[in-house]
Design a protein around this ligand. Structure first.
Ligand SMILES: Cc1cc2nc3c(=O)[nH]c(=O)nc-3n(C[C@H](O)[C@H](O)[C@H](O)COP(=O)(O)OP(=O)(O)OC[C@H]3O[C@@H](n4cnc5c(N)ncnc54)[C@H](O)[C@@H]3O)c2cc1C
Length: 460
């Protein structure tokens, strides 16, 4: 593209980041190929800019665990099956600290929660209810209305990614194509020792088991190959894992007529039930989303604002910040006789809490081994993850390690090992262990590897 336009664009980007990163700059072909030898020689120049990256699953868990440290009650695998109106839950008294408007019988002041592991249900009473269902917001709104015929407000846009071997990308530099054949942006990034490429953007219906189509995978490969040298051309067989996620694109059903449509996240209050929902948005705006949702909640329940102080989340350290320092990986490697690769992964993922993971294998030495060959994940992470509410093999394969997203074959190989350690840790019976294994296998069927996804082949 035109060099001048991109230069201005990335200088503006630097400004948005308040110059907290090194400055963006233009790089000539020779230097570019030294930094990124996988690129094709036909590329004339590169604009270099800086971006943040995270392990989204760990950030998510860290936020939840930090909230728990500050007094929140959190529960994994807890499904809201019903939202309860005041008239359904109350014994007539508003209860201690319950807002005045909960005397109104249409206001929702509780929920029925089903534990997806044990199947048990319980009722929880609340001063107020906020729904944060992402793409599943309308499923929750159906429960709120106790009606399946609500007008949906969240549209789904499926985004598929493919993961390639790490050697196809430098370990600290990626590429972004701002002008693919159909105008979408394509990222080609080093991620967890691999190369992550995506994403597509396809209108889709909402499902909790999205599957990447072969058409999307082919599109990503074709676009990528436009930029890679002849030696590094990607084939379908290079795909170690491919998966799809659904972005929530939200509208506000309770907005005043003519109100401007939101560009990003939507916070909406149902005037009858007083339930607040927040949907849409990005990881980069997660804190702002939460703050906006709580502000609306306080407007809706003024009596709660008497005890609420200003939002503090900007300055609250997430779990793992304490005890972290820039040489933690080295300290862990030296103290526990770990490879620097394992030390670095523990430090990056758990921060200061990596010390607690190491305690696990100091007590049970056989847990110092890897979950699966070729990956820096330790067996010790499995019992540790169970302490942080991991309860299924899928939890370990997808959100505690990232194996299913990185390498489908390695994830399948890990299933029996993970099952054995979880069974030991959580006291699973033989039948529970085999049920868990079947569930994990059916989860992996929604991923593609060098072959199409099994669920796609089965026509699901
Ligand atoms: C392909 C893709 C690429 C993206 N790339 C980026 C990016 O580069 N940068 C960025 O900033 N953002 C990115 N995002 C956006 C970001 O991931 C989402 O905006 C974010 O995950 C939305 O968070 P959420 O908490 O609103 O929803 P979710 O993360 O979807 O969480 C909703 C939760 O509600 C739970 N739930 C649903 N129903 C119930 C029920 N009945 N009871 C209990 N729980 C329930 C679900 O299990 C789920 O855990 C991307 C998203 C996708 C899909």
């Amino acid at each position: 593209g035109p060099m001048g336009v991109y230069w201005v664009f990335f200088k503006f980007y630097d400004l948005l980041a308040r110059f907290s990163c090194p400055p963006s700059h233009i790089m000539g072909k020779k230097q570019m190929l030294r930094l990124f030898p996988q690129l094709d020689e036909r590329i004339k120049y590169a604009c270099v800019f800086y971006e943040g990256q995270h392990d989204d699953a760990r950030t998510n868990l860290s936020i939840a665990l930090t909230a728990a440290e500050h007094g929140a009650v959190i529960a994994n695998h807890a499904e809201v099956t019903k939202l309860l109106k005041n008239s359904e839950i109350s014994d007539g008294s508003p209860g201690e600290g319950v807002p005045d408007n909960s005397r109104d019988s249409a206001v929702i002041t509780g929920a029925e929660i089903r534990c997806r592991i044990s199947g048990e249900s319980l009722r929880v009473r609340a001063k107020s209810v906020v729904m944060c269902g992402g793409p599943f917001t309308d499923w929750l709104r159906e429960k709120e209305a106790n009606d399946t015929k609500i007008t949906p407000v969240v549209n789904g846009a499926a985004g598929s990614h493919i993961v390639l071997p790490g050697y196809l990308c430098p370990s600290d530099t990626g590429m972004v194509d701002m002008a693919t054949s159909d105008g979408r942006i394509l990222f080609y990034l080093p991620w967890e020792g691999h190369t992550l490429v995506g994403t597509t953007d396809v209108k889709c219906s909402i499902t909790d088991r999205p599957i990447p189509t072969e058409e999307e995978i082919k599109w990503i490969i074709d676009e990528t190959n436009n930029y890679l040298s002849p030696q590094c051309q990607v084939t379908r067989k290079d795909v170690l894992s491919a998966w799809s996620g659904i972005r929530p694109l939200a509208g506000d059903p309770h907005a005043a007529p003519g109100a401007p449509a939101s560009r990003d996240h939507v916070v909406s209050v149902n005037p009858t039930t007083k339930v607040v929902f927040v949907a849409g948005g990005k990881w980069t705006t997660y804190r702002e989303m939460a703050e906006d949702a709580i502000d609306r909640l306080l407007e809706t329940h003024p009596s709660l604002s008497t005890t609420a102080g200003p939002c503090k989340t900007l300055s609250v350290d997430l779990l793992g910040a304490e005890g972290y320092d820039r040489n933690l990986a080295v300290s862990l490697a030296k103290k526990h006789g770990l490879s620097i690769e394992v030390g670095a992964r523990l430090a990056r993922c758990y921060g200061g809490r990596a010390v607690d993971v190491c305690h696990v294998f100091e007590e049970i030495p056989q847990y110092k081994g890897p979950i699966v060959d070729g990956y820096p994940y330790l067996l010790a992470e499995i019992p540790y993850a169970c302490r942080e509410q991991a309860r299924t093999i899928e939890d370990i394969l997808s959100r505690r390690t990232r194996l299913s997203y990185l390498n489908l074959d390695a994830a399948y190989r890990a299933i029996p090992v993970v099952a054995e350690v979880m069974a030991d840790t959580l006291g699973w019976s033989a039948s529970e262990t085999s049920r868990q294994i079947k569930e994990a296998e059916s989860f992996l069927e929604t991923f593609a590897g060098p072959e199409p996804a099994a669920a796609l082949k089965a026509g699901n």
